[in-house]
Write a protein that binds this ligand. Structure first.
Ligand code: XMP
Length: 528
């Protein structure tokens, strides 16, 4: 049986736990954003279920608690609640939006549906700058997103701020360290949100901000050495950031006792295999096994057009290749995976939590339990941006660290219709041009994902004096915080023009380029 070692995660955070903050998740789309903002202040934090008991909270010894927003109304019969004892632990609490309404209601106030649902920017007047709003001017812009608001608070609360439509925008309890704000400090539309969170963490929770990625890396390296002992770890490389950083961290810990497997499935982006080989066999000198398996994958995909079937077949072929190569390595007991904190939260920490329904399952490329390894997931406490920073600290090149995410099934889900060697070659070239032009325009890091899609559609064109009947390529470029929702990037026309001209001129077989202007939802980021 593969063992998912949860204790590893707990241990890696042990030192940072001096200053741990817990975020109770009431189903907010922003819970992860709150966590990232807290970590940006160098305070370690974890997202936990809203129904964690006060006793469980006490055992974590958190420096502070944040109650997230959420889509419910506190007066609904099955609205998520928290243990009321929480407020009596003496641990500072910050309630945000729904978190505010719940705290105020539990502590004797009343929440009502607002006369008008308030969504967007609001002008806020600060009436008390003692602690939460220290250093904040009398007026500031904030981001609101609520249908309910606190209509009345218990006498024990002191008002701190108001807006024109929301008289009780922020409050503090007189005797308990409980603070509440109706707006969202975690979003960039609240420009001074960072200062407010900083005030809560430092002035109210007394955090010194000791959480550092460098320390995390050293601590993790020590723990990995302890756990693996004289054993060997296998790590699958995909060309992506997560697996690369996992391997780099393991390499620092274990050196030659790390074996990496790269399955070249013929579905990788242009030059991707070469860059992984150069990084991991030349720079890090790991024991790198490259499995040349293009034909095997193409055979599995022959004649298949259905997206789900493609994913299934690729998944099976990947497991077979990996298994065969791992068997050759022999003495390995551990398997490393680049699981990140968002994957952990979305797939288990809050399985019945209110946000659970927006979870994504992208398990193609995952490995089954029966391989018999013990699982090592050294990044499971980190967010993507932290993983990128860690990758840079570990010496990975920018090109790898800042690479856009790439799906496990690779170019196959961007090659609509049948996947053949020839069609993949066309797509790979078009994709490389698309990415190169976005990089040349200095927009690569500002966009979350950009790629080309080869459509199963031919159209008529004219080249020179001749009529053509060739393929169409779609360009997809999106911006997103969490990949669960995304908007299409407003790329400048000049960049789009350059991409289109180059693809049509340089990629044989393509005579038309379209730009995908669909947001997610209702579309997804990938086309299949
Ligand atoms: P969608 O298309 O669902 O994609 O909006 C959201 C994000 O997930 C990536 N993606 C995958 N990643 N295996 C992966 O590892 C997959 O099967 C897979 N499918 C989609 C996609 O590229 C985007 O970043």
């Amino acid at each position: 049986m593969t063992k998912r070692d949860m204790s590893h995660s707990g241990k890696t955070s042990s030192r940072a736990a001096d200053e741990r903050v817990l975020i109770l998740d009431f189903g907010s789309q922003y819970a992860q954003l709150i966590a990232r903002r807290v970590r940006e202040q160098h305070v370690y934090c974890e997202i936990v279920r809203h129904d964690i008991t006060a006793e469980q909270v006490r055992r974590h010894h958190p420096a502070g608690l944040i109650l997230s927003g959420g889509p419910s109304s506190v007066y609904d019969a099955n609205a998520p609640r928290c243990d009321a004892e929480m407020f009596r632990l003496g641990i500072p609490v910050l309630g945000i939006c729904y978190g505010m309404q719940l705290a105020c209601e539990i502590l004797g106030g009343k929440v009502e549906s607002a006369p008008a649902r308030e969504y967007g920017r609001a002008h806020c007047t600060i009436t008390d700058t003692t602690d939460l709003f220290a250093g904040i001017p009398g007026e500031m812009d904030v981001w609101m997103s609520h249908g309910d608001q606190v209509a009345r608070v218990h006498d024990d609360f002191v008002p701190l701020a108001r807006t024109r439509t929301c008289p009780i925008t922020a409050v503090r309890h007189r005797r308990m360290p409980v603070y509440c704000i109706q707006f969202h400090p975690e979003v960039t539309h609240t420009p001074l949100g960072g200062t407010i969170l900083h005030n809560f963490l430092t002035l109210i929770c007394g955090c010194a901000g000791k959480w550092r990625l460098g320390e995390f890396a050293q601590e993790t390296i020590g723990l990995l050495r302890e756990r693996v002992g004289a054993g060997r770890v296998i790590c699958g490389l995909s060309g992506g950031v997560d697996s690369s950083v996992t391997a780099a961290l393991l390499y620092q810990a274990l050196g030659s006792r790390l074996s990496c497997i790269l399955v070249d499935n013929g579905l990788l982006r242009k030059d991707e295999e070469a860059s992984v080989i150069s990084e991991f066999s030349n720079h890090f000198q790991t024991d790198l096994h490259v499995v040349k398996a293009e034909q095997r994958f193409l055979d599995a995909l022959r004649g298949i057009r259905d997206p789900q079937e493609k994913r299934k077949r690729i998944g099976h072929a990947f497991i077979d290749c990996f298994k065969e190569e791992a068997a050759k390595i022999g003495d390995a007991k551990f398997l490393a995976q680049g699981t990140l904190y968002p994957d952990v939260i979305e797939s288990g920490a809050a399985p019945d939590g209110p946000a659970a329904t927006i979870k994504l399952h992208h398990n193609v490329g995952g490995l089954p339990d029966e391989l018999g390894f013990e699982l090592i997931e050294p990044l499971r406490d980190l967010f993507k941006d932290e993983v990128r920073r860690l990758g840079s600290e570990l010496g990975l090149p920018d090109d790898l660290v800042w690479r856009h995410p790439f799906p496990g099934p690779g170019l196959a889900v961007r090659c609509l219709g049948e996947v053949t060697h020839e069609r993949l070659a066309v797509l790979r070239e078009a994709d490389a041009i698309c990415v190169a032009e976005i990089k040349a325009a200095g927009l690569y890091r500002q966009t979350s994902q950009a790629f080309a899609v080869l459509l199963p559609v031919q159209s008529v064109g004219v080249m020179g004096d001749a009529r053509t009947y060739e393929d169409a390529v779609a360009i997809r470029c999106v911006n997103t915080d969490d990949f669960m929702t995304a908007d299409w990037t407003r790329l400048p026309y000049e960049v789009l023009a350059q991409i289109s001209t180059r693809i049509i001129n340089e990629v044989k077989g393509v005579n038309r380029v379209c730009y995908d202007i669909s947001s997610k939802p209702p579309a997804t980021i990938e086309w299949e």
